[in-house]
Design a protein around this ligand. Structure first.
Ligand SMILES: Nc1nc2c(c(=O)[nH]1)N[C@H]1C(S)=C(S)[C@@H](COP(=O)(O)OP(=O)(O)OC[C@H]3O[C@@H](n4cnc5c(N)ncnc54)[C@H](O)[C@@H]3O)O[C@H]1N2
Ligand code: MOO
Length: 406
């Protein structure tokens, strides 16, 4: 049996970073930048007012108060988006709106509430220091500054910043297109009628959802039966739109292990056992003329999920240029005893939480790889190493916290 790490290395060799191209800004949400993004402009772009009020020179209004207001002639108006460059001469005021460029020569803005709001002349009831209520050009970003480093995945706030800096498109690697196929004559579409020995196809939905959550585009093709010809035909039809094919089921030791049977002479696919639980039977290789990578996951639902997390997610991240590939392991204090067979790395479902007492993890279901509700209740996987056979209450456990960005 090969180790989890050996298997992952082999899988990562199957894929490389996809060719980057200019993507519409919004489409790049969640994708890492290929190059450092350098700001072409200052932000604020020009020195502007932070308040609706009057632009003045601070020295002209020094000492103003309610009893002795300073009165100034109002010689113009600056509104955001409809103003032209203006200069303020000493002893005058210019009416100004939030976001409008500061007239040259003005160094502060008196908010309208601190004045009589006058049109021809204005009485100012309170002084402001030079620079108050003024937003200087380049205060936030200076032209030439790196605003998103290569490798940094964009979140909503970065998307907003890059739009504010005028980028309509950005160079990013495309989202990998993942074709998901589930196999098994017992499977039915959700909503279909069930025979006494049929079940709903949960895996292809789960795996397609996993791929999307990882940032990829997924095509859930759905179910094929245990007929290898049907599977091979379907796979052949799908290759044109796949950067990666993921299948579930049909790879262990049964008499109808369709994926194994079909791929034996369709491409170069290797089936093997990995020292892990769940997820022991695995397969991978390439298929078709373009040597499209394929990963064949075991059919037990929890095995399929764990295999995706441990093997397919890092592949997708590599294709998108996201680092690190592997989900970081965190430590948490175990609240219940756990056992594990020697020689296999065990991934158990748990609930991870952080309180004043620190990070703690509690198992949420048994180890059976058919327990899908237990899986859905979990927010982490507790990892028990190959050489560990038990963990005790109070031990520090290693945990993969699911569904969070890294
Ligand atoms: N004699 C042996 N039998 C099995 C071994 C073994 O080493 N020797 N390994 C077991 C392990 S571990 C696993 S994992 C499974 C993997 O088997 P397959 O990948 O061939 O999967 P199937 O046989 O097709 O299905 C297994 C199980 O999962 C259910 N299933 C399959 N697809 C779906 C789906 N899309 N949605 C929901 N549930 C699905 C299926 O009905 C079976 O119950 O093999 C063990 N056997
Ligand atoms: O490896 Mo199976 O994946 O233990 O259930």
């Amino acid at each position: 049996m090969r180790t989890v790490d050996e298997h992952l290395e082999a899988l990562l060799e199957l894929v490389g970073p996809l060719q980057p191209y200019e993507q519409p800004l919004l489409e790049s949400l969640g994708l890492p930048m290929v190059d450092d993004v350098v700001s072409p402009i200052d932000l604020p772009r020009f020195t502007n007012s932070a308040m609706d009020g009057y632009a003045v020179r601070a020295s002209d209004v020094q000492g103003a108060n309610r009893d002795y207001p300073v009165e100034l002639p109002v010689v113009g108006e600056q509104a955001a988006g409809s103003s032209s460059p203006t200069a303020l001469t000493s002893g005058t005021a210019i009416k100004i709106m939030t976001g409008a460029p500061m007239p040259s020569g003005a160094d502060t803005v008196i908010p309208v509430e601190l004045t009589d709001g006058g049109e021809a002349t204005v009485a100012i009831h309170q002084a402001r220091r030079a620079g108050e209520n003024v937003r200087p050009a380049g205060e936030d970003v200076a032209a030439g500054e790196v605003v998103a480093e290569a490798g940094k995945a964009l979140g909503p706030r970065e998307v907003g910043l890059l739009a504010s800096l005028g980028f309509p498109r950005l160079r990013a690697r495309p989202r990998p297109r993942v074709v998901v196929i589930s196999t098994g004559s017992e499977l039915r579409e959700p909503g279909a009628r069930l025979d006494y020995d049929s079940i709903y196809d949960g895996n292809s939905y789960m795996l397609a959802a996993c791929a999307r959550a990882a940032g990829a585009i997924s095509y859930r093709v759905g179910i094929t039966s245990d007929d290898p010809r049907e599977f091979a035909d379907l796979l052949g039809d799908q290759l044109v739109r796949a950067d990666l094919v993921v299948t579930s089921g049909g790879i262990s030791k049964g008499s109808y292990d369709v994926v194994k049977a079909a791929l034996a002479d369709l491409g170069s696919v290797e089936f093997c056992e990995v020292a892990m639980q769940p997820g022991k039977p695995q397969g991978f290789g390439t298929v078709g003329e373009d040597r499209t990578p394929i990963v064949t996951l075991p059919g037990n639902p929890v095995s399929s999920y764990v295999s995706f997390e441990v093997f397919v997610l890092p592949m997708l991240r590599r294709m998108m240029g996201m680092l690190p590939y592997r989900r970081p392991m965190v430590q948490a204090t175990l609240t219940e005893e756990l056992r594990s067979p020697a020689g296999r790395r065990q991934y158990l479902r748990g609930w991870f939480e952080v309180s004043q007492r620190g990070a703690r993890v509690t198992p949420v279901s048994g180890p059976g790889s058919h327990l899908v509700a237990g899986l859905a209740r979990a927010n982490c996987l507790v990892v028990i190493e190959e050489d560990e056979t038990a963990l005790h209450v109070g031990d520090t456990a290693r945990v993969l916290v699911l569904d969070r960005e890294f």
